[in-house]
Design a protein around this ligand. Structure first.
Ligand SMILES: *Cc1c(COP(=O)(O)O)cnc(C)c1O
Length: 365
């Protein structure tokens, strides 16, 4: 049996007529950049998340940069990000001249540990960026309490968690603003690069809109120097079709996770822990094993694709050597990155594939 890590073709086939019609519509109207299709998706996505605004942008990394900029982060300002995340979260800080400050993560949930934030705050701290990693909401009460106490803004990085809920409410509605990625492999994925910003703050929304469109509010009235980061019509139209299916797909991911849970339990392997406050959307299904390389090789030999998200905590990457951190500065993140492995996870994953994966996994650990 072959078990792919994810299967975008299966998903396309299941909605092909709707997608093809949406693409044809954009071509017929040549609404290529921003325009009607992008705007419709922005409205529908804001409504689905539960915020006043959604601003479509070119990708999820831009979304983080633009929000930080709109929040007034500039040279020398510090932004607190988890030591365990995709590099975009940190990269975006540096890109706008800010300083990256890492914080350690929770040993079971992999998200920012609120009890470790305060020690990392200085006079220059401006924003905290919790990441809802793997589809698991971060502990938002904890993060928001620290932010409030110190007068800091909160940007939620929702790139991996479209539709996840924290205490019954969708993530992307808790911070001052939130960033989303619609990279094709994400839970809500475009057919190219795309991203979005959600917020209830009119000022942040207007500033982000302006930054992404060369600083214009009206054509040729450039209030500031901005940049080019807009959602294109094709991606908007595709995303709007897929938005109608995301709740079902997330439900199917949760179903697959539950099935994994049953088989893993029989095999005596721990499934990802989920706290009471969270409804996980399983962008990734991550377990821990002792001898990861050999486990992955055995899975590969059995036709099962697996991956690692991510093999190194950010503070140990060459890119962040300049910060001078040691492994033990963020020990939880550093330790987790040595043991984690992501198993196949996508809405169309079958019970047969899961059973086979766990069977081979049990023989490998
Ligand atoms: C994917 C991702 C991003 C960036 O998204 P792009 O659209 O690829 O730029 C940011 N943060 C996290 C946690 C991600 O997984």
């Amino acid at each position: 049996m072959h078990v792919p890590f994810l299967d975008l073709k299966a998903q396309y086939k299941s909605i092909q007529p709707q997608i093809d019609a949406a693409i044809a519509g954009v071509l017929a109207e040549t609404a290529f950049i921003a325009g009607k299709y992008a705007e419709t998706f922005e409205k529908n996505f804001a409504k689905w998340v539960g915020t006043k605004h959604c601003i479509g942008v070119a990708n999820g990394t831009d979304a983080i940069e633009m929000v930080l900029k709109a929040m007034g982060v500039g040279p020398g300002d510090e932004v607190i990000v988890p030591a365990h995340t995709w590099i975009s979260t940190a990269e975006a800080v540096t890109a706008i001249g800010g300083r990256v400050v890492f914080v350690d993560t929770h040993p079971l949930y992999y998200t920012m540990d609120p009890s470790k934030i305060e020690a990392r705050i200085t006079k220059r701290t401006k924003v905290i960026v919790p990441v809802h990693l793997y589809g698991m909401p971060a502990d938002m009460d904890g993060v928001l309490a620290v932010a409030k106490k110190h007068g800091l803004k909160v940007l939620e990085d929702c790139a991996q968690a479209h539709g996840a809920t924290y205490k019954g409410r969708k993530i992307g509605t808790f911070g001052d603003a939130a960033s989303f990625s619609f990279y094709p492999g994400k839970n809500l994925g475009a057919y190219g690069d795309a991203g979005g910003i959600t917020t209830n703050d009119d000022g942040v929304a207007e500033m982000c809109r302006m930054i992404g469109n060369h600083g214009q509010m009206k054509k040729h009235a450039h209030k500031i120097e901005g940049r080019n980061s807009r959602l294109d019509g094709l991606q908007g139209a595709i995303l709007d079709v897929k938005l109608k299916h995301i709740d079902l797909w997330n439900e199917q991911r949760r179903g697959a996770a539950a099935t994994y849970g049953r088989y893993l339990k029989q095999a005596g392997i721990a499934a990802p822990a989920v706290p009471d406050y969270a409804q996980h959307v399983y962008h990734l299904f991550v377990i821990q094993v002792a001898d990861r390389d050999s486990v992955m090789k055995k899975l590969h030999d059995a036709g099962i694709e697996s991956a690692v998200h991510y093999p190194s905590a950010l503070h140990l990457l060459e890119a962040y050597q300049y910060l001078g951190h040691k492994e033990g500065d963020f020990p939880v993140a550093a330790a987790a990155c040595k043991r984690i492995v992501s198993l196949p996870m996508f809405p169309e994953l079958t019970e047969e594939m899961i059973q086979y994966t766990v069977e081979k996994l049990a023989q490998s650990v």
